[in-house]
Design a protein around this ligand. Structure first.
Ligand code: SAM
Length: 308
């Protein structure tokens, strides 16, 4: 059984064991360090851009806060206990706690767990493992996957989540999905939407809500593309030029040895194709609220510790 820890938060270590992290987890940890310093980012999900919010990088944290509000408004009445799967830096869990929910967190990423612990202290229990490996006797009214399902095997994750729900409990999933479209997407990631819908049809769940968030999420990609075009690419080119001038032979060897990786990185990030237009073409960003189909509805109409 995976033992949750309820110890007081230690000071956040500086990226423990970064060498052991899968590259996407390392990217998330690095993104948090930079985003927190430069843009006061507290979250690791995309922004949700409402009409009143100018689409510029300085507003990314505000757009992320809108996303969390959007998500929390969909939590059904009567929910009291929530498992936040892939809690990132813990900011969503903090907001859920502030609204009166009892929260546990799953986090397989050492640096992010440290950040979440610092924020949440002993107000939550942490399961420091991948969701697929979680073993617990605890059961929840709602299990939240906020941009974490994309990293998991679909059928395995859904079946596991349903097993951890109280009767009539809910799954709340917000995520990027791939949709059928011509050509190769410059933006990676996400479950295949038709496959996801088929998987739902095989599970004992009712789809309570299926909301298309794509138009509100897509501007995040214009903002990121601008950051790459106007800051990261010029900085990268400047650095490369200096290194080539200072260490011509070493750089020749490095560029040759890592040519494929360098080419891939430059193509991925500097192509200018990772923008809102292509996001809308190749992806669908959705919120799914699913209710486990086993009769009893969770605490219907009760105020409970939740929003009520
Ligand atoms: C894009 S971040 C989202 C973080 C947070 N939920 C949020 O909305 O800000 C993805 C999160 O999923 C977690 N994650 C990735 N694979 C996971 C897995 N197999 N089990 C549990 N969490 C996972 C990562 O460590 C990270 O916390």
């Amino acid at each position: 059984m995976t033992t949750p820890s309820r110890v007081p938060a230690p000071p956040a270590p500086a990226i423990p064991s970064p060498g052991d992290l899968p590259s996407h987890e390392f990217g998330l940890a690095l993104g948090l360090v930079v985003g927190r310093y430069a843009f006061k980012m507290q979250d690791l999900h995309y922004g949700y851009w409402t009409d009143d919010l100018p689409v510029e990088i300085q507003n990314i944290a505000a757009a992320q806060a809108r996303y969390t509000e959007f998500l929390m408004e969909r939590i059904p009445r009567g929910v009291r206990t929530i498992l936040d799967v892939g809690c990132g830096a813990g900011n969503t869990a903090r907001k859920l706690l502030d609204r009166g929910y009892a929260v546990d967190c799953v986090s397989p990423n050492g640096p992010l767990t440290a950040a979440a612990r610092e924020l949440l202290g002993d107000r939550v229990s942490f399961f420091e493992c991948r969701f697929e490996e979680l073993e617990t006797e605890r059961r929840y009214d709602l299990i939240l996957f906020s941009e974490s399902l994309l990293f998991m095997k679909l059928d395995q994750a859904l079946a596991k989540a349903l097993g951890l729900l109280n009767p009539g409990g809910h799954l709340l999933i917000t995520d990027i999905f791939r949709v059928p479209a011509e050509g190769k997407s410059p933006i990676g990631g996400g479950q295949h939407l038709p496959v996801f819908r088929d998987a739902l049809a095989r599970q004992p769940v009712d789809v309570v809500a299926d909301v298309d968030m794509t138009p509100g999420i897509a501007p995040t990609f214009d903002v990121l593309d601008q950051a790459y075009a106007q800051a990261i690419k010029p900085a990268y080119e400047l650095l490369m030029a200096r290194l080539v001038a200072k260490y011509p032979w070493t750089m020749r060897v490095v560029r040759w040895k890592f040519r494929k990786k360098i080419e891939r990185y430059e193509q991925k990030h500097f192509s200018g194709r990772r923008n809102a237009e292509n996001f809308k073409r190749y992806k669908s960003y959705r919120l799914f609220l699913l209710r486990k189909r086993d009769g009893q509805v969770v605490g219907k109409g009760e105020g409970g510790r939740g929003k009520g």
